[in-house]
Design a protein around this ligand. Structure first.
Ligand code: GUN
Length: 293
């Protein structure tokens, strides 16, 4: 089989291009969308993600604030900043990069974000809106990006069996809700680390979505020939042959899986670039909702 290689870079470029018109119009009417990105600590991977989010804002004409707080920042200080950002009219979206240091109670922080500015879709109000299929809420960016890829590549979901490996609040659970919604009409199985006979379940998938953070977990024997595979994993593995000493791989063993699929996302260049594009899209949506555009 000669699979379609799903190009997340190109698809994200299209999403960003389409946002430009909206951003220009909003700005003309005095409503420039604004995003605040908050990073606590020094985690190098998180720094890269935060910088690329700010860069995307700059390229699009979205106003941005980058807050890099020391690891020792207290819960109280962080919540104070969140309240300040809630009250800042220039800011329509607030994102606290996950994971924060261990002494921070992430859920308590999220509860302090105004749900109308929660462009990550992590606040319980937005989780509920996703489940209720209330489209005024915000959906987490990575699963939203996966849906965008399926739509762009005209991959049907109606009546299909989708197996999502991973039950996180960032990817697995919202992914399953989007797929089972009346817009997508898929039949969804959520598998996780305690699932019995993962392999047999995955082999029944028309669409397999891997979001567990385990490099190369999904091998050829997991794949029903002709399946569509979306790889959400972004894992650093040691590689002495690379200048940085590591390379990025997904949760899917691309080499063995790719020949069996009808379509597959590579890592890097698949789901990854979509996350930022959908963050920009959610920020524009937040701006539109607050200014009534
Ligand atoms: N860390 C990894 N992915 C994400 C994301 O989508 N949002 C936030 N806030 N942190 C993350």
């Amino acid at each position: 089989m000669n699979p379609i290689i799903i190009d997340g870079k190109e698809t994200s470029r299209k999403v960003l291009h389409n946002l430009r018109t909206d951003i220009a119009q909003l700005t003309q009417h005095g409503h420039t969308p604004g995003l605040a990105v908050v990073l606590i600590g020094e985690d190098p991977a998180s720094r890269v993600y935060v910088d690329s989010k700010v860069k995307a804002c700059e390229e699009l004409g979205i106003y941005s604030q980058k807050w890099v707080l020391p690891t020792e920042t207290t819960q109280k200080e962080l919540v104070q900043l969140i309240h300040q950002l809630n009250a800042d009219d220039r800011i329509h979206g607030i994102l606290v990069q996950s994971p924060p240091p261990a002494h921070i109670d992430e859920q308590a922080v999220i509860l302090n974000i105004d749900p109308r500015k929660d462009v990550d879709g992590f606040h319980p109000i937005n989780v509920a809106k996703l489940v209720l299929e209330d489209h005024t809420g915000f959906v987490p960016c990575t699963p939203l990006g996966c849906m965008e890829l399926l739509n762009t590549y005209s991959i049907p979901t109606q009546g299909k069996h989708v197996v999502v490996i991973g039950r996180s609040m960032i990817v697995g659970k919202p992914m399953a809700h989007l797929l089972v919604s009346k817009q997508a009409n898929a039949t969804v199985t959520i598998a996780h680390s305690r699932t019995a006979d993962l392999l047999s379940i995955c082999r029944t998938a028309d669409i397999l979505i891997a979001a567990v953070g385990r490099p190369g977990l999904v091998t050829a024997d997991f794949i029903r020939p002709g399946a569509v595979v979306l790889d959400v994993g972004i894992n650093r593995v040691e590689d002495a042959t690379r200048p940085r000493g590591y390379r990025i791989v997904g949760d899917v063993d691309y080499g063995s899986v790719q020949p069996l699929c009808s379509a597959i996302t590579p890592v890097p260049g698949g789901v990854g670039p979509m996350t930022i594009a959908m963050l920009m899209s959610n920020t524009v949506k937040a701006c539109k909702l607050t200014c009534g555009a």
